[in-house]
Ligand binder design. Structure first.
Ligand SMILES: Nc1ncnc2c1ncn2[C@@H]1O[C@H](COP(=O)(O)OP(=O)(O)OP(=O)(O)O)[C@@H](O)[C@H]1O
Length: 261
């Protein structure tokens, strides 16, 4: 499934010394890593280690207590509110729940960011919506409501909406949550296609081995006690060479579960 695309040698994201948490409780400290443009970059680790927390601090939903996050060289935390809003338009974000509006058709769900953030007229919006739904294989479902489509299709529709503004970076929290293995693999293939077609940088939170080994260019592994990164590299490198038992246990535990699936 893996493609030959080489990520460009440009840093899309630079996280330096990031710390964060909730209500004075530190969940992450001194977290540093970079993501190259066009890379499919996974944040992996056991439940509660802070994967979603890292994402939330990276996109400004929570303020880091230390460190910086730069997008294409620009410091997100140092930007004023207007500039932040501008930068946020360059991100597509898909939360675990998918969060499509149940009262809106797929067409209107995907159009929402265009209505909110652009001055495009209705006809131009419709064209973009049709293109985005085509990119995720949902042509013909424009008038369906989320309740009328499968879980995998909802994720695809969420992806179409996240892509509406042609973001340079997409953050995807647990793509395979709630999906069967076959549907998960199809979603993985779609992620690869999106990167191929659009050159999008993808940051994906996941603990699912099939996805990690199937499509991740590189991963960081977080650990709860360490409050940060305990391993970084390609999944194969880590599985073969890491001498950290936590990394080995995590990857092999998931490997066994993945092999059955
Ligand atoms: N909004 C919040 N307020 C307070 N504590 C939170 C909040 N969100 C997460 N936490 C706590 O932060 C820690 C890390 O949670 P987080 O959701 O980031 O982990 P995760 O690695 O994404 O886990 P999972 O794989 O189970 O989704 C947990 O102890 C969690 O209880």
């Amino acid at each position: 499934m893996k493609t030959s695309t080489k990520p460009a040698d440009v840093n899309a994201i630079e996280v330096e010394g990031l710390a964060g948490g909730y209500d004075g409780r530190t969940i992450l400290q001194d977290v540093s890593f970079t993501v190259k443009r066009g890379e499919i970059f996974f944040v992996i680790g056991g439940s509660g280690c802070g994967k979603s927390t890292l994402l939330r601090h990276m996109i400004g939903l929570h303020q880091p207590t230390a460190g910086s996050v730069k997008y294409f060289g620009e410091d997100f935390g140092a930007a004023d509110a207007a500039r932040r809003r501008e930068l946020l338009k360059g991100f597509g974000v898909l939360y675990q729940s998918g969060a499509l509006w149940s009262s809106l058709t797929l067409r209107d769900n995907v159009a929402l960011p265009l209505v909110e953030h652009t001055d495009l007229n209705r006809r131009d919006r419709e064209e973009i919506v049709a293109l985005k739904l085509a990119q995720v294989g949902l042509t013909g479902y424009e008038d369906h409501f989320p309740s009328e489509i499968s879980g995998g299709m909802k994720k695809r529709a969420g992806l179409a909406r996240a892509l509406a503004l042609d973001p340079a970076i997409v953050f995807f929290d647990e793509p395979s949550a709630g999906l069967d293995p076959v549907t998960s693999r199809k979603l993985d293939e779609l992620v690869l296609q999106i990167r191929e077609m659009l050159g999008t940088t993808l940051v994906i939170v996941s603990h699912e081995l099939d996805s990690i080994f199937g499509i991740a260019d590189r991963v960081i592994m977080l650990e709860r006690e360490a409050k940060g990164i305990i391993a970084e590299g390609t999944p194969k490198e880590l599985a073969a060479k890491s001498d950290d038992p936590r990394v080995q246990e995590f990857l092999h535990r998931v490997a066994r579960a993945g092999a059955k699936a």
